[in-house]
Design a protein around this ligand. Sequence first.
Ligand code: FAD
Length: 299
Amino acid sequence: MKISQLLTAGRPLFSFEFFPPKDDPSAADLMAVIRDLKQLQPDFVSVTYGAGGSTRRKTLELVTRIKRDIGIEPVAHLTCVGHSKTEIRDILQEFTDNGIENILALRGDPPRGQTAFVSHPDGFRHANELAETVARKGFCFGVAGYPEKHPEAPTMEEDLRHLKRKVDTGASFITTQLFFHNTRYFDFVSRARAIGIQIPILAGIMPITNYSQIQRFTQLCGATMPVSLTEELQPVQEDLNAVSRIGIRYAAQQCRELLQKGAPGIHFYTLNKSRSTREILGHLRGLRDQGTSSLLRDI
Ligand code: FAD
């Protein structure tokens, strides 16, 4: 089923993101995590696309297994990194052949060891170019949005102009980068609406489970953490249980407010673990079935 159909349900969507496992034992573990999270009835799950090497093939394998063996609708991430346009068309054909209907069209991050994105000589330079091809092939697709601006964009205005360009290729939804300040999300949505972006903007939430890891992630993607949250985490950083408990409580509060104020969906960056997402959703019982407010949903 296409995510665009799910988005007409008039209630918030819940989705979980996974990355492809490195080896067979981790693949078995991940399938168990996804089966476990299926009980939470996610509307869809998404699988990231690596910067190179064998993990890329694993995205196709994993989305196919999720759809066929587990019975959850998958979204396959796809990036422009290292691919010619012909390779992209071949990959899209493979997705179609395996019954995959939904794509998240991305430019991608540079491979490990490289600092800047360099496009393939016969490839796409930006996500909007990939999105055009994805649209032409008949997929339902989403694109990425940045409530705190993409790190390479000189200004928010410019980033939003490029976002509009991606959306205008026919995207059905935007999934945001992780954020910890809800005000940044609401502001982003208002600014997007003001320039004519009307599709649903799903809020990307990463439950904190490891202090040094979240410091690294936020530095890379440009998300900021409230000082009060950092101050709470710092003294207990060696105690992973304590860090997870704080992460769960914080994310649950964030999600509660997002849903109460009409966010059309929450996308959980699960990091291939189920505990935090499970507990956060436990805190949100009752909010799942409410309608979404007109400010933030598809108009
Ligand atoms: P773009 O939309 O191309 O934007 C990149 C930069 O270029 C921005 O600064 C933008 O303002 C600017 N720009 C955009 N279009 C143009 C244009 N036409 N002309 C000039 N400038 C332009 N990375 C992975 O490698 N694999 C994944 O699976 C993955 N999944 C992700 C999922 C989500 C929900 C998010 C938010 C990010 C994900 N990323 C992933 C990271 C993403 O690839 C990076 O953030 C990357 O740096 C930008 O990707 P993009 O699709 O936003 O690129």
